[in-house]
Design a protein around this ligand. Structure first.
Ligand SMILES: [Zn+2]
Length: 127
């Protein structure tokens, strides 16, 4: 049973009037995959909360915050993530250096700043 599917999507990078084309590798989580990721996140948050018990005085605040706020929010957030960008291969349309894509959520348009020329580049799905 596959929890995640990896696929390649073609994208267009735009800066002013110039465009380049490239690809991104995306992981898509199935329902079971998302449930599993959410559980792992919940356990990590609970683990971090458990460590706060060791902090004198501050634990009165940190432990309830961890249990009631951070853990549910992070767990729900993780469950809602359906896709994740794992790598990108596209050149900056302005200076033609490889563009570093730091965004992990696949929600278009994606804005990235070029590390070489510092222009803002918009990435969109190639139709
Ligand atoms: Zn550039």
């Amino acid at each position: 049973m596959h929890h995640t599917t990896q696929y390649t999507r073609t994208i267009t990078a735009t800066s002013n009037e110039s465009t380049t084309h490239g690809t991104i590798e995306v992981l898509e989580f199935s329902e079971q995959g998302r449930v599993k990721r959410a559980w792992v996140m919940a356990l990590k948050c609970l683990g971090a909360t458990a460590l706060c018990v060791l902090i004198p005085v501050a634990h009165f605040l940190l432990v309830p915050l961890g249990l009631l706020v951070v853990t549910p929010i992070m767990t729900i957030y993780t469950f809602r993530v359906r896709t994740k960008i794992i790598s990108a291969c596209v050149d900056c349309p302005a200076c033609h250096k490889p563009l570093n894509v730091l965004t992990s959520q696949e929600r278009y348009p994606i804005y990235e700043n070029c590390g070489s020329c510092h222009r803002q580049i918009a990435l969109s799905k190639t139709a």
